[in-house]
Design a protein around this ligand. Structure first.
Ligand SMILES: [Zn+2]
Ligand SMILES: [Zn+2]
Length: 284
């Protein structure tokens, strides 16, 4: 069984628009995998709106069916498209939603527990958005996952890994019939992280990796901001014998011209490094 993968949003932090972004796109994180009749969505940044429109043109509205939604974490740029994901409003669609439960300090200083169901519901609280999740007629089931989680989704094996990022993120590794794809966004590198990700991604066909900053930008003031560089992504690929590096989570300040220059620099160190444009698709 082959896996089709398409990036619906590759911008980091905040959506952007305008002529300077027409090549690489402005929508935030959303990636879609399809293997046979298994459908997997990773993150619900603004790119998920277009995915929803594409799915509405497929058989899905007529036949209904199951869809798995995996969340790396709940920062805005990874959840804000969910209220605009039209298939979630179809009563014949079953949404299996997976995310990590987090304990965070509340506004009063006391710890609060937030699971993925609460996170999505609160995003659509009436104070923020007119349509609550209860009006999304799909049949939703919520699953708590952890960095140790390993599970199968219709023939696709999923493994998780904790990433170094404010309030932490999950990376996902998808294995299917000897092919593997690792999705690792929102991660800041350090020696331990590079070591752990090289092991997690070992032998993978593709590593999608947070390359938000150049090393010059990173060292000049972005240390501790939770993002990484293409040099770190390349280090991980070389250590873990990963075949291809997909550079994602583009900084809102990086215009098309800048991203092309960064891709050029990265390819001098690792020929299969690719700056991913929104809408890019491939098969494994
Ligand atoms: Zn992000
Ligand atoms: Zn984040």
């Amino acid at each position: 069984m082959s896996v089709k993968i398409k990036y619906y949003g590759v911008r980091g932090s905040l959506p952007v628009s305008g002529a300077d972004y027409s090549m690489f796109g402005g929508n935030t994180t959303c990636c879609y995998l399809e293997a046979g009749d298994t459908r997997i969505v990773v993150d619900a940044g603004t790119g998920i709106r277009i995915l929803g429109l594409d799915l509405m043109k497929s058989d899905l509205p007529k036949t209904g069916g199951r869809m798995h939604m995996l969340f790396t974490h709940s920062h805005w740029d990874h959840i804000q498209g969910f209220p605009f994901f039209i298939p979630a409003f179809l009563p014949n669609v079953e949404l299996q939603v997976y995310g990590e439960t987090k304990k965070v300090p509340g506004l009063d200083g006391n710890d609060e527990t937030w699971d993925i169901e609460r996170i999505l519901k609160m995003q659509q609280h009436f104070i923020y958005f007119p349509v609550g999740t209860k009006y999304m007629s799909s049949n939703k089931t919520y699953h708590d996952i952890t960095p140790e989680s390993r599970f199968d989704l219709g023939g696709v094996h999923v493994s998780c890994c904790a990433l170094h990022h404010p309030n932490s993120t999950l990376a996902f590794r998808f294995d299917c019939d000897g092919k593997s794809f690792v999705f690792s966004t929102d991660v800041e590198h350090n020696d331990d992280m590079i070591e752990r990700l090289a092991k997690f991604a070992a032998g993978a066909d593709v590593l999608a990796y947070d390359c938000q900053y150049t090393t010059a930008e990173y060292t000049a003031g972005k240390i501790g901001w939770g993002h990484s560089t293409y040099e770190s992504g390349i280090q991980i690929c070389k250590k873990g014998a990963v075949k291809n590096l997909h550079m994602i989570h583009h900084d809102p300040l990086h215009h098309d011209k800048t991203l092309l220059q960064i891709e050029n620099d990265a390819q001098k160190l690792f020929a299969t490094a690719k700056m991913i444009p929104e809408g890019f698709e491939f098969s494994l």
